[in-house]
Design a protein around this ligand. Structure first.
Ligand SMILES: Nc1ncnc2c1ncn2[C@@H]1O[C@H](COP(=O)(O)OP(=O)(O)OP(=O)(O)O)[C@@H](O)[C@H]1O
Length: 309
């Protein structure tokens, strides 16, 4: 059963054909980069997979299947869409956390798809659910920030929080739409390393759209390149060539950021193998998976428990 299966997906905005008969299959456990110039259709494709956009109506719209079930077909979301969305974690470029709420509460909302609606509406999360969120925050190196309002965190920290929320959600697929576009290089590496980590350690399928082709090459085995709403390359990142990329980006060539990527293939494995602790100050970081903290009662105690552990 494929994680994502797209057939002849077509989306038209006014006169613009944003997706033109896209066919694509992604297997469970893959980490796939979506690349292409601005406006090539990457976000539109991701939003269709997440069930956030509907394709053109009728047969020409095509269909999207996720985890063997129909997400949408011919411009209609399937009755399964709501349940399927609970299995898909989404990380956007514009950090999608509620700024006025503490990070821990943002992360614990990952359980919303599994708890009764009334409890979610009242924000009544159990100790176990908060503990789950705390473990996820530890996993992404953000447990010290659990009680901080999300809006006070840096972009990279918020993205790590969003990844922690996907873990709490127990997402089987994570769709990350330009998650590092607004980040400095050190934060971008950390966020990509986190995505690679949940892909490799948890087997979560990751689809990540990237402007920085460097990161696609370093962190993903497979790249899907889009141009004008069509897939023009689908294959190994180590077969991408500078000439192909220059051609892909065409007149948008200034968007193409290649800083030594071709000498750095598969860097995450090398980094992950040395077992060092993540360092906020250095650019090259690894992901550690610390033990869970002591049982915690509420948001304040969570922080104390995290510090004490
Ligand atoms: N809601 C919308 N209404 C009208 N046009 C849209 C809408 N969303 C996207 N488009 C258009 O569809 C095309 C594909 O956009 P999309 O955002 O998918 O590209 P992208 O590859 O993700 O670009 P970027 O990397 O800049 O985010 C663009 O021409 C865009 O202007």
């Amino acid at each position: 059963m494929a994680a994502v299966e797209i057939q002849q997906l077509t989306k038209t905005f006014g006169k613009l054909r944003a997706l033109n008969g896209v066919d694509l299959t992604i297997q469970p456990g893959e980490m796939v980069a979506l690349i292409g110039a601005s406006g090539s259709g990457k976000s539109t494709l991701i939003r269709h997979v997440a069930g956030l956009l509907r394709s053109d109506a009728g047969e020409r719209g095509g269909q999207v299947r996720v985890l063997g079930r129909t997400m949408q077909s011919g411009g209609h979301l399937s009755p399964e869409a709501r349940r399927l969305r609970a299995e898909i974690g989404v990380v956007f470029q514009q950090f999608n956390l509620v700024h006025r709420l503490p990070l821990l509460i943002n992360v614990v909302t990952g359980v919303l798809g599994r708890i009764p609606t009334w409890r979610g509406c009242l924000g009544l999360f159990t100790r176990e659910e908060k503990l789950l969120a705390m473990r996820a925050l530890k996993r992404v190196g953000m447990d010290d920030f659990a009680t901080q309002r999300a809006g006070n965190l840096s972009g990279g920290q918020q993205q790590r929080g969003a990844i922690a929320r996907c873990l709490v959600q127990q997402a089987r697929i994570v769709l990350a739409d330009e998650p590092i576009a607004s980040l400095d290089p050190a934060s971008a590496r950390k966020v990509m390393q986190m995505l690679a980590d949940i892909n490799r350690q948890d087997g979560i399928t990751v689809v990540v759209s990237l402007h920085q082709v460097d990161y696609a090459i370093r962190f993903c085995n497979r790249a899907i390149a889009m141009r004008d709403g069509e897939i023009v390359y689908d294959g190994a990142t180590d077969r991408l060539t500078p000439d192909f990329l220059k051609d892909l980006y065409g007149t948008s060539r200034e968007e193409l950021i290649l800083t030594g990527a071709f000498g750095n293939r598969n860097a995450p494995d090398e980094e992950a193998s040395d077992g060092e602790t993540p360092d906020e100050e250095t650019e090259e970081t690894v992901t550690s998976v610390p033990a869970a903290p002591a049982v915690v009662e509420d948001v304040r105690d969570v922080r104390r428990a995290a510090k004490a552990s």
